[in-house]
Ligand binder design. Structure first.
Ligand SMILES: Nc1nc2c(ncn2[C@@H]2O[C@H](COP(=O)(O)OP(=O)(O)OP(=O)(O)O)[C@@H](O)[C@H]2O)c(=O)[nH]1
Ligand SMILES: [Mg+2]
Length: 310
């Protein structure tokens, strides 16, 4: 199952979003930094109407929706890779995930503590991204010293590994995440094998104020994130209101739709966030209709994200 880590600065709404995604109140969400220490884990079935279209085409009654495990991780601060804040043990929680949902604060509310002062989502992205890149630089340097001996002995795999690691050093030193390093398909597989934090696909969840959800694309903070990720990171972004989404937990799907319609919103940001890591639905046409299944799952294009077995 695909595992996505919810990361970001402290007090930006990660646990609020986790509760909304998992339709639970499992995670404590409160107005103080480092409220979350141990990670909260929950499994979410991905809403994907395309699977039901395929179900009709394939004449089957069986639809297997995709599922994602979300992990709500403690807040990171500048210097985390060197042990600041809650330290670097939380980087290990991120290492275990396949994709990152990076929550950035795009709402102004003087009552909610911002650990860095004013709202500035691009600065926040850079702070977290730098920590991931610094942690990766350390792992790459350790791996280089381990691989060098084997590469010198003539081991072809070790030589390929070393060549990629040596390209990664200047790239990371320029504060660029590993996921934008130009690489061949084989090198991309190697990158996954290295388990680098900044090599993981990222979705930026722009947490906007309740009143801004309907017009989120015009929100100046969201615009800044959109412009920044287009140029500097190979990543998607989705505007959400973690607070509104968490208020939908107790409503039926029909009531939630009505509620969102009143706010001028057609689709929940939570549906988008959980769908985003999943890019395809698949039908298996080889079997007779009664044995066919519509299986939704992650895209095969990205080496790491695979469809679940039939
Ligand atoms: N006004 C407003 N407040 C929000 C929003 N989302 C979250 N909050 C509030 O921000 C505070 C922090 O939310 P959490 O979900 O606990 O934040 P977190 O990122 O998990 O924080 P840590 O676990 O401490 O890193 C809570 O008081 C939330 O109610 C929002 O969209 N608007
Ligand atoms: Mg939290």
């Amino acid at each position: 199952m695909l595992k996505a880590g919810i990361v970001g600065l402290p007090n930006v709404g990660k646990s609020t979003l986790f509760n909304a995604l998992t339709r639970s109140r499992k995670a404590e969400a409160a107005n103080y930094p480092f409220c979350t220490i141990d990670p909260n884990v929950g499994v979410v079935i991905v809403p994907d109407e395309r699977a039901y279209v395929l179900k009709a085409i394939a004449k089957t009654n069986v639809v297997v929706p995709a599922a994602i495990e979300f992990v709500d991780i403690a807040g990171l601060v500048a210097g985390a890779s060197k042990g600041e804040g809650l330290g670097n043990q939380f980087l290990a929680n991120i290492r275990e995930t396949d994709a990152i949902v990076h929550v950035v604060r795009c709402f102004v509310d003087d009552d909610i503590i911002h650990t860095m002062g004013a709202v500035d989502p691009v600065r926040d992205i850079e702070v977290i991204s730098t920590e991931l890149v610094l942690a990766d630089l350390e792992s790459v340097e350790k791996r280089i010293s381990k691989t060098q001996k084997l590469a010198k002995s003539g081991d072809k795999d070790a030589q390929a590994e070393l060549a990629l690691l040596e390209r990664l050093v200047p790239h990371l030193n320029e504060n660029k995440p590993a996921n934008i390093l130009p690489a061949t398909d084989d090198e991309k597989k190697l990158l996954q094998f290295f388990q680098l934090l900044s090599a993981k696909p990222v979705i930026y969840a722009c947490n906007v104020a309740e009143g801004d959800l309907a017009t989120a694309e015009e929100n100046p903070f969201v615009k800044k994130v959109a412009d920044f990720v287009k140029v500097h990171h190979d990543a998607a972004y989705v505007p959400i209101s973690a607070r509104i989404e968490s208020e939908l937990i107790d409503l039926s799907p029909e009531e939630a739709k009505e509620f969102l319609k009143d706010l001028g919103v057609t689709d929940s940001g939570v549906s988008c966030s959980s769908r985003a890591p999943m890019r395809s639905s698949a039908c298996r046409p080889t079997s007779p209709p009664e044995k066919r299944k519509c299986v939704a799952g992650p895209s095969r294009k990205d080496g790491r994200l695979r469809r679940p077995p039939a």
